[in-house]
Design a binder for this molecule. Structure first.
Ligand SMILES: Nc1ncnc2c1ncn2[C@@H]1O[C@H](COP(=O)(O)OP(=O)(O)OP(=O)(O)O)[C@@H](O)[C@H]1O
Ligand SMILES: [Mg+2]
Length: 791
């Protein structure tokens, strides 16, 4: 009897009559005895179906089984090599073997092999590869080819976590150091590093940690024992102030070369224009580096822009897109956390399994979202930050600040090379908002440092490329590639963008957009949402790898969030109300958050610390604007609300401030958010009018018509008691006629406004409302017909 080497053989649990076999050959004869072997160059999958095709599990399941089997049985093929053996280990054959064995990929892609061989031979390397090109492999394979440690510097904890988890699943000893870990775990890693023979092969750290003297001494000790093989700087463009995601802490990496002179450095990025490339090479002090560049083209991504100004309801449109795509994984990027929360609530209500993910959530919630998403319990994540997983659709709900940011984020789609989609919702309001944010942020920079001169213009011109991508005619792919300095012909696109696939339609939309903008300007709608971005400006959190003011303080973390009550309260109150289950648990969290808050506040007061949760005028203005927008939308949706939107937004905001202003930003903000949610979901104009203190049935004749009379009216409404300075200012402004658009207030304003609920009432009300709403919910087909349909 012949013997065929096989890697694995088994029976399907659900179909014991079917056998699966993985063999090094493409077929196995019936009379062959199958023996297992771990040392084969290639393997084939041979599925013995005993004459039946139906019922065979998908190949992905099959591969997973093989993987599990292999991991259980085989140790890593990493050996202590020396001399000739070492040289052989850098040879293509040995490296391909490592790739197949550990990652299951048949061969290297693009410039992977060149980069790996360069760093293994001790040479510095700058590697520019498109998103999803496989940059990680360039440092993961070297980590397996030599004993010792590869240090990986990465800007985001979420990305580090993802990669480490994936590596561990493959049986590769990887870990990361961050404040999200317990000190016990950190100590364990430190002990391993300090031991003569560390087991860790890949250690992921943040740039902030590198800058600490303690960690640098530890690295030097590892190096002195000849165990530091490579330093990989992932997302290396963050080192350049010309890059779209400049992080001051990345600058500190320039000291690496001095401290660890002969350790090769590998700089990896997907988004570096020539100026940034040079900056990266100079800043890291790379010596005679091998420079490898690949095209930025992501041929498997279909690019598309949808115009918010031409859509009746952007939320509903996004719902349709996600639903019609089937059960595929998607990320929706938003500019602000509140948008994430609102959008996520909306999508969930429409039956899409979805959650928000941003730095405003505490660690526990964030990792539970991450876990749920990674194991596909969640279909969609609405995020402000990078989220590492292969996805089919990346949607930008707001225009990103630069082509580089857009390319990086949209590039998360189709990293497995399968057809995927990038969808950007473009709105003129969003454009103006971003222009405003950029100008404020750059003014701030200019004030704090003269050396930044010129960067203001730079970020604006970066943004203009993004606007041109949306508002310009012609191939979108070409625009992306040209912004990175690649000259290509439009034929490269092969109709894989909306402008190439539906040129006439896109032209028509652009013409309609121009007309819509002109109409808006004629009707005085040009003052758009400026202040609503105040929170984004305050935090400067509009980038994937946002800058942190506290980096200068030597903090070793990037986006890890404090675990304080605020974050718990915020996350519970904002995004989790939609889930009816576990409400008691959430209430407990909320109460704990409140307790924590007051304890912390007392502590801060003692320590004379500035209250970071104080509510700024800018935030209040932003809230008013958001409320105003919600009112206007409700006005459009429900017909004439018979309330003055401007005045009503002021009143609603004042209410939130009066009740929760003293409790801090988070509580205040969640109140504002709940008001906005209510305005955007309620189906009754009368309810809104009621809540604001007026009645839809009121005859206009009873309205007060003189501005002077506004004062007593305002004073007798919700602003009556300890209303405070802010309210007085509003009244004063009303009296002075500063708030131009305030129309006469109806008499019913004299009635006291319904009180803002306590948190428990709020939770319970949200709960019962949700049940009611789900009962009343209109079927999707009754939504207003959209004007814009691209496919
Ligand atoms: N040689 C290869 N053959 C097939 N697939 C590969 C190969 N190398 C990497 N991949 C796969 O490509 C995907 C993207 O890899 P990776 O995360 O390293 O990309 P990246 O270049 O770092 O992208 P990003 O810029 O988004 O971080 C992963 O799923 C990885 O397993
Ligand atoms: Mg990467």
């Amino acid at each position: 009897m012949k013997k065929a080497k096989s890697l694995a053989i088994g029976r399907w649990i659900s179909r014991p009559d079917l056998k699966w076999v993985v063999s090094e050959r493409s077929e196995i004869h019936e009379d062959e005895e199958i023996v297992t072997s771990q040392d084969v160059e290639k393997f084939y999958i041979f599925i013995e179906t005993e004459g039946r095709q139906a019922g065979r599990p998908p190949i992905s399941t099959l591969l997973q089984n093989i993987w599990n089997w292999k991991m259980k049985k085989s140790p890593l093929p990493v050996q202590n090599l020396s001399g000739k053996e070492k040289q052989r280990s850098c040879g293509k054959e040995a490296l391909v073997k490592l790739l197949r064995w550990n990652f299951g990929h048949p061969d290297f892609r693009g410039n992977q092999l060149e980069a790996i061989q360069a760093v293994l031979s001790g040479r510095d390397c700058f590697c520019l590869m498109p998103t999803g090109g496989g940059k990680s492999m360039c440092f993961q394979i070297p980590a397996l080819a030599k004993t010792g440690i590869v240090l990986v510097i990465s800007p985001l904890i979420a990305l580090m976590e993802n990669q480490v988890t994936a590596l561990k699943e493959k049986g590769i000893a990887a870990d990361f150091l961050s404040s999200t870990q317990t000190s016990q775990l950190k100590n364990k890693i430190h002990e391993d590093l300090d031991s003569g023979q560390p087991t860790i092969r890949l250690l992921y750290v943040t740039p902030e940690l590198i800058a600490t003297s303690g960690f640098m001494s530890r690295l030097k000790r590892i190096h002195s024992r000849g165990l530091l093989n490579l330093i990989a700087v992932d997302e290396a463009h963050c080192i350049s102030s010309w890059g779209h995601d400049f992080r001051p802490s990345y600058r500190k990496l320039s000291s690496l070369r001095n401290h660890l002179q002969d350790v090769p450095i590998l700089a990896l990025t997907a988004t570096a224009v020539p100026k940034v490339q040079k900056d990266v090479i100079d800043s890291l002090n790379l010596q005679n580096p091998l420079v490898l560049k690949s095209s930025f083209n992501r041929s498997n991504i279909y690019y598309e822009v949808r115009y918010k100004d031409l859509l009746d309801d952007t939320y509903a449109d996004l719902c349709d897109v996600l639903k019609s795509a089937g059960d595929v994984c998607a990320i929706v990027y938003c500019l602000e956390r509140t948008t994430c929360d609102d959008l996520s609530t909306h999508l969930s209500k429409n039956g899409i399994s979805c959650a928000a993910y941003h730095a405003g959530l505490n660690n526990k919630l964030r990792s539970s979202v991450l876990d749920d998403w990674l194991c596909s319990k969640l279909q969609v994540v609405v995020a402000t930050v990078a989220f590492g997983k292969d996805v089919r659709i990346v949607c930008h709900f707001n225009i990103p600040k630069s082509m580089e940011a857009f390319y990086q984020e949209s590039g998360r789609a189709g990293r497995d090379q399968l057809p995927s989609r990038s969808l950007l919702y473009y709105g003129v309001d969003d454009r103006k908002r971003m222009e405003f944010i950029l100008s404020i942020a750059e003014n701030k920079k200019l004030q704090s440092s003269n050396s930044q001169q010129g960067s203001s213009k730079k970020s604006m011109s970066d943004f203009n490329l993004m606007v041109e991508y949306c508002e310009g005619y012609g191939c979108r792919r070409k625009k992306i590639l040209e912004s990175f300095g690649e000259q290509v012909s439009a034929s490269l696109c092969k109709k894989s963008c909306d402008a190439c696939k539906h040129p006439n339609l896109v032209t028509k939309y652009l013409e309609e957009l121009t007309a819509a903008i002109a109409v808006r300007q004629r009707h005085g709608f040009s003052k758009i949402l400026m202040s609503s971005s105040a929170d984004a400006i305050e935090n400067e959190r509009f980038s994937e790898f946002w800058n942190r003011d506290d980096e200068a303080s030597g903090s070793e973390e990037d986006i890890s969030d404090s675990d304080d009550g605020f974050e718990v309260a915020k996350s519970v109150s904002r995004s989790k109300f939609s889930k009816t289950s576990g409400i008691n648990e959430k209430m407990e969290l909320l109460q704990r958050a409140e307790e924590n808050y007051y304890q912390n506040k007392a502590h801060d007061k003692k320590a004379n610390k500035p209250d970071k949760n104080a509510i700024s005028t800018m935030l209040r203005e932003s809230s008013k604007q958001r409320l105003l927008d919600a009112l206007k939308q409700a006005h459009q949706r429900l017909g004439d609300l018979k309330v003055d939107c401007e005045a009503s937004s002021t009143i609603l905001e004042n209410e939130c401030f009066k009740k929760y202003g003293k409790s801090g930003k988070s509580f205040y903000y969640s109140q504002v958010a709940s008001r906005i949610r209510w305005l955007s979901t309620t189906s009754s104009a009368a309810e809104i009018a009621n809540q604001i203190g007026t009645s839809i049935t009121t005859s206009p004749s009873v309205n007060i018509t003189h501005k002077e009379e506004a004062s007593p009216i305002m004073a007798s409404t919700a602003l009556h008691d300890e209303g405070g300075k802010e309210e007085k200012e509003v009244i004063g402004e009303l009296q002075r006629g500063k708030i131009e658009s305030v129309k006469p207030l109806p008499l019913q304003m004299q009635t006291k406004l319904p009180p803002i609920p306590s948190f428990s009432q709020f939770v319970n009300r949200s709960k019962s409302k949700e049940i009611q709403q789900s009962e009343e919910k209109e079927p999707l087909s009754t939504l207003p017909k959209k004007r814009m349909r691209l496919q």
